[in-house]
Design a protein. Structure first.
Lengths: 317, 914
């Protein structure tokens, strides 16, 4: 005896102005009668602050009250009976009815470390007091409406970067400091979510052999707690563009496909913000590399050089 | 009425019975156009995978790998038939790669990449994850420990992985399939086990190809596309979405090398998204620059070139970029010659041999559909220009790249730009490849179409300059060999002498090794075939010196060529040439080892020597010719065929001398004496017999009766010596023996019989020979007996059928006119023979029985008068014949007619049988 929801789109992506369509599928051994079949759509921004980032009191609560985006309850069927075997009950609900007043802005689905924006569809088949209700939940993914989006392609917004021993704020191993290195390139800082991040990078000089060059994609989640802002950045994707001591003067392409669920358009809302950053991380060959180190922040590794830049992600039409 | 010989007039019979003779238009042996066409041997097609050089096949440990590739064939054919034609070359290339760098079974390696799968946790990953763009939990699989396992184990793990990937795919767990594929291709990141890298590459790309096909087929199925030429617009949203998912999954791989390989595997899938996915290749080429390891990056580019073939159309720009990048990587490896120490260089050399096949393949791809117009442009793009200013502006070209380009360039282009290319090779001299090998290759390519080489004089001048800089004998010989055809073709005799001088000069300083000998042989052969005339060769500078330089099989081969060439064009008369050739032949003979060589190994040289001896002609100087023959007899005593030829030649000489009439009888005698000594040394009895008869004929011609008797005696003795075992085994030998005996009988007609030995001496000995030898079959016996009957009948005639030309020998009919005892003796002999014939025919059981009976019958009827005895014999014979033939058989009919005409009225003919 089971019930499940099947959405019309296999990628489960819907826009606020669109109809959420699908089927409620029941598989039953014997026919049952029900009082109602109810579909509940729920959208909310869930925030949480982990210990360390927040103050003592907040950390006790952990979870901060979620910010509701939408809540919609639709009765698909009023009381009746479902026969045994497999039964499909279609449904169709508009997500954002212009006539209705919504609770909040329809942010795009996002699953982060501290912030998650999630939309759920739940079906409940109520069968009176004597029977346990049947229910099932499915997540659907919301992307911005196409109407208000900037057209493609968005203007290329490239920044030129150069990384040398002098641009580093942390201490470097002595060979790097004395020998010097120079790595230049350019990379876009504004990017459509459906396009790869483009750019290029050239190792112009380096006395110490290079071990690896990686581009780190970071998300920066900020939450307003009282008067303070708790910010946490975490790496969501690492992409190696150079493996080993590459030829000097050769231009290496930067080409990064954005991970779908881990990114969303940059959001700067009042109570929270979701931003992204790119870090170019150059690892040099060093004996120190092999020694285990306890503290892990990038800045404390003297055989690495980094350069970070903000990245604005945009949903385009 | 007793037995009586029939009186015959042979001349009248011949006139009456011989057919009308007419002159033929064509010689029966001359090749007519119609008959020669179907005699031509059809060129048999060589094996399909000729890409694979059999010399590179090593003996050990390749079975596993090749069998796997075979299995591969079946697999890929089943999955993607559309890509078959590009796959075929790829499969054979992979086979070649595995064979060229075989994996030893024992040497251990450390594997940090952790190909082994730890658990089955992966299965828990549901298809739901297919939507997530990330492959985060690689740690499940990662086996960080460095394990010392053998290479073989490592490879078999990779094999198992392939099957596993397929299984997961079939079970619907495509995410795990992808994860395992990434795992597999990660093994290519570790190029520390440098020797097995090509094998790793083949195995990993097998997996990549398989995955690529699986994904392609899946998306195609989703898109519900059937035809091959679809447009991206035809593809439905869901299929595109799936495709995008695959690319974003691949895009989330952190490591560069696996990401490139997987994207390459999925490269054809771009067609679902774009109509012109070719542009993606440019980015992939650039991404490959990020792989610093020279070996890994070279093989990555190799796979890139291979995958690009799967796209229907593409320009070659990306391949040129690919090669140029590769050149930069190699340029770092091969710094100036002085700065590298030996040990390091050894490693680099090994690395270069491993990288070379990759370069070869990429360049092959580049030249695949290149149009002629584009070549110059392309060479310029590759930094290949003989114009120094352009070359220095561009980064230097690596000679190994140049080598493979030279290999692929169309021969017409090479021939019309020969000077430029030579110049180019001269400037490009780095450690990655031996410069002289490039010179060598150019030479060989030019010789492919030697008639179209432009600017020959400029080219050859330049070449001589280059050549003179090579002090090393091997390099000098190699280059000389490569360009020799051009020099010979253009009749630059002076330069040829310069080269020969150069070789000699270097030979003085260095010992000739086996390798040099091989090239020297090739040089020699080219000169020989070019001149094709022994006189011109002898006129060359240092001919003898060169000949002396060589030894062993190379020397033999050259000697054989010289002999072959010298004996091809008619007789050899110049005494100097004869002397040189005799030396050559002797050297060749001394090189033969009859006891240790197989027959087919020494047969050809033996024949050449025999032919040389046979072709020598001293003209009128018959005596010196005979001396020459005697010299040869001593020098080549091991060659039987030659000894036989000596006898023939000596007989020829004798006849020639007699014809000319000016030489004395003693010369002919010495010829006969020469033969009498030579023949017994020949081991085969039948050959001896033949030669004895031939020599006897000569003796008869010259009227040397004593020699004649001795020779015939020796011939008959020979008969007794025939080894029955040999004859029984070889039916032809038996037949030959019989025909020789018949010939002997025929000749005996002319041999004058004295009192001692008497007239019927030879037939009598033949009869006793017949009775003593059990191996002689009845039909053979019947033939010999018939011959004896003919002989006896002929001897008893007043007019012999033929007689010796010279009047010196007294004929029997003159000797024995009216001498009854001789006549009686012949009759009694014939009597025995007649009995024998009838018995033999009756004993004969083969299907030739009827024919034999009729032949014998003819013999009897033509030799004897009709009498009771002969009639009875004939009747029996005819009965036998009738039992074998039908009544209307032509031979039977004509025989019966002949019998009638000869007054042989058979009993059975006149009355009813019974």
């Amino acid at each position: 005896m089971s019930v499940e929801i099947k959405l019309s789109r296999f990628n489960r992506i819907y826009r606020p102005g669109e109809l959420l369509e699908g089927k409620i599928i029941t598989t039953l051994n014997s026919s049952i009668s029900y009082q109602s079949i109810r579909l509940t759509l729920n959208g909310a921004v869930n925030l949480q602050v982990r210990g360390g980032l927040a103050g003592v009191i907040e950390s006790l609560y952990g979870v901060i009250k979620p910010i509701p985006i939408m809540k919609k309850v639709v009765d698909v069927r009023s009381s009746g009976k479902i026969g045994s075997g497999t039964t499909e009950i279609p449904f169709s609900v508009i997500l954002k009815d212009p006539k209705e007043k919504n609770l909040g802005k329809f942010y795009e689905t996002f699953h982060g470390g501290n912030i998650s924006i999630q939309y759920l569809a739940t079906v409940d088949i109520a069968r009176g007091y004597l029977h346990k209700p049947l229910s099932a939940t499915i997540e659907f993914i919301v992307e911005s409406d196409k109407d208000n989006l900037p057209p493609k392609p968005i203007p290329p917004d490239m920044v030129i970067f150069y990384i040398t021993q002098d641009t580093q704020r942390h201490t470097l191993i002595s060979e790097l400091k004395s020998g010097g290195f120079r790595i230049t390139g350019r990379i876009c800082t504004q990017c459509s979510l459906s396009d790869p991040i483009n750019g290029e990078l050239t190792v112009e000089a380096s006395v110490v052999p290079i071990r690896s060059i990686d581009i780190h994609l970071l998300r920066v989640e900020s939450i307003l707690i009282g008067e303070r802002i708790a910010t946490e950045s975490s790496v969501i994707q690492e992409t190696q563009i150079a493996d080993g001591d590459v030829c000097r003067g050769m231009t290496l392409p930067i080409y990064i496909i954005l991970p779908r669920l881990l990114t969303c358009p940059t959001i700067l809302a009042g109570p929270f913000s979701i931003e992204f950053k790119l870090s170019i991380v150059i690892t040099f060959e060093s004996d120190l590399y092999k020694k285990p180190s306890k503290a892990d922040p990038v800045s404390s590794k003297p055989w690495m050089a980094t350069e970070s830049m903000p990245l604005e992600l945009v949903r385009t039409a | 009425m007793g037995l009586e010989f029939r009186r015959r007039d042979y001349r009248a019979e011949e006139l009456a019975l011989s057919l009308q003779r007419g002159r033929a238009d064509t010689h029966p042996l001359s090749a007519s156009s119609s008959s020669s066409s179907h005699l031509q041997v059809e060129e048999c097609e060589s094996g399909k995978d000729d890409f694979c050089d059999p010399l590179r096949v090593s003996d050990g440990s390749t079975e596993m790998s090749s069998s796997d590739v075979n299995r591969e064939d079946a697999c890929t054919e089943a999955t993607a038939p559309s890509q078959l034609k590009t796959m075929k070359g790829w499969i054979s290339y992979k086979k070649m790669l595995m064979q060229r760098f075989p994996v030893s079974k024992t040497s251990p390696m450390s594997v940090a990449s952790g190909v082994h799968v730890k658990g089955t946790k992966a299965i828990e990953k549901s298809a739901k994850d297919l939507h997530s763009g990330e492959l985060d939990d690689d740690k499940i699989f990662d086996d960080k420990d460095v394990k010392g396992i053998s290479q073989q184990e490592h490879l078999s793990k990779l094999h198992a992985l392939k099957d596993e990937i397929n299984q997961y795919w079939c079970a619907g767990d495509r995410v795990t399939s992808l994860r395992l594929s990434i795992k597999a291709v990660r093994s290519l990141m570790d190029s520390s086990a440098i020797q097995i890298y090509p094998t790793l590459f083949v195995l990993a790309t097998d997996i990549m190809d398989m995955l690529g096909d699986l994904v392609w087929n899946r998306i195609k199925e989703k898109a519900e596309i059937t035809e091959e030429n679809f447009k991206a617009d035809d593809i439905c949203f869901d299929a595109k979405e799936t495709c995008n998912n695959w690319f974003s999954k691949v895009g989330s791989i952190r490591e560069l090398l696996p990401r490139i390989y997987l994207e390459l595997a999925l490269l054809p899938c771009w067609r679902f998204l774009h109509d012109h996915p070719e542009n993606i290749l440019k980015r992939l080429v650039e991404m490959t620059r990020g792989i610093a390891d020279p070996l890994a990056s070279a093989y990555c580019r190799l796979y890139l070139a291979q995958c690009s073939l799967r796209l229907s159309q593409h320009d070659t720009g990306f391949l040129i970029a690919c090669i140029n990048d590769l050149k930069l990587v190699l340029a770092r490896l091969t710094p100036a010659r002085e700065t590298v120490n030996g040990n390091l260089y050894g490693n680099i050399e090994l690395l270069l041999t491993l990288v070379e096949p990759a370069i070869e393949y990429v360049i092959k791809c580049l030249f695949k559909d290149l149009k002629k117009m584009e070549i110059s442009k392309m060479l310029l793009a590759l930094g290949l220009s003989s114009n120094l200013s352009i070359l220095s502006k561009n980064h230097s070209c690596i000679s190994v790249v140049l080598h493979h380009i030279l290999k692929e360039l169309p021969v017409e282009y090479i021939c019309s730009n020969a000077v430029e290319l030579l110049h180019l090779i001269e400037i490009i001299d780095d450690r990655s490849f031996d410069q002289s090998l490039n010179f060598n290759l150019l030479g060989h390519r030019l010789c492919e179409l030697v008639s179209q080489v432009s600017n020959v004089h400029l080219l050859v001048d330049k070449f001589i300059q280059v050549l003179s800089c090579h002090a090393n004998l091997h390099a000098y010989l190699m280059l000389a060999d490569a360009y020799l055809d051009i020099i010979l073709e253009n009749h630059l005799g002076m330069l040829l002498n310069v080269i020969l001088d150069g070789i000699l000069e270097r030979v003085r300083d260095e010992r000739i090794g086996e390798n040099e000998l091989v090239i020297l042989q090739s040089v020699f052969l080219k000169i020989l075939t070019h001149f094709g005339d022994i006189e011109k060769i002898l006129a060359l500078n240092h001919f003898a010196d060169f000949l002396d330089m060589m030894h062993g099989s190379a020397r033999n081969s050259i000697n054989m060529h010289i002999l072959n060439m010298a004996t091809r064009n008619g007789q050899i008369q110049d005494p100097i040439i004869i002397e040189v050739l005799l030396e050559v032949a002797q050297a060749l003979y001394n090189g033969l080892d009859f006891s240790n060589m197989r027959k087919d190994e020494y047969q050809h040289p033996s024949r050449l020597i025999s032919r040389f001896v046979y072709m020598v002609d001293h003209g009128m100087e018959v005596e010196s010719h005979l001396r020459f023959l005697a010299q040869c007899r001593g020098a080549f005593s091991g060659i039987n065929e030659l000894q036989e030829n000596l006898v023939h030649s000596s007989n020829n000489l004798a006849v020639k001398a007699m014809r000319n009439g000016n030489s004395s009888m003693s010369f002919v005698k010495s010829c006969l004496a020469f033969n009498e000594v030579t023949i017994p040394a020949i081991p085969a009895n039948l050959r001896q017999l033949n030669l004895y008869i031939e020599t006897a004929e000569v003796a008869l011609l010259g009227g040397f009766v004593s020699h004649l008797d001795g020779l015939l005696n020796a011939a008959v003795n020979c008969l007794q010596m025939i080894d029955p075992v040999n004859v029984m085994q070889m039916a032809e030998d038996g037949d030959e023996a019989i025909s020789l005996i018949c010939k002997l009988c025929g000749m005996s007609v002319m041999v004058p019989g004295g009192v001692e030995p008497e007239v019927a001496y030879i037939p009598k000995r033949l009869l006793s020979f017949l009775n003593s030898q059990s191996w002689i079959l009845p039909r053979m016996k019947a033939k010999i007996l018939s011959a004896i009957v003919f002989l006896s009948a002929a001897l008893s005639q007043n007019q012999l059928p033929y007689h010796a030309v010279s009047g010196k020998v007294i004929c029997n009919y003159q000797l024995f006119v009216g001498f009854p005892s001789a006549h009686q003796e012949l009759l009694s002999l014939s009597h025995i023979a007649l009995q024998g014939i009838v018995n033999c025919v009756m004993q004969e059981s083969s299907k030739e029985r009827g024919k034999l009976a009729l032949e014998s019958c003819n013999c009897v009827a033509s030799s004897f008068m009709a009498s009771d005895e002969t009639l009875e014999a004939c009747s029996k014979l005819v009965e036998i014949a009738k039992s074998c033939y039908s009544a209307d058989d032509k031979f039977l009919q004509s025989t019966l007619k002949f019998l009638d005409a000869s007054q042989f009225h058979l009993l059975c003919n006149s009355g009813p049988v019974g």
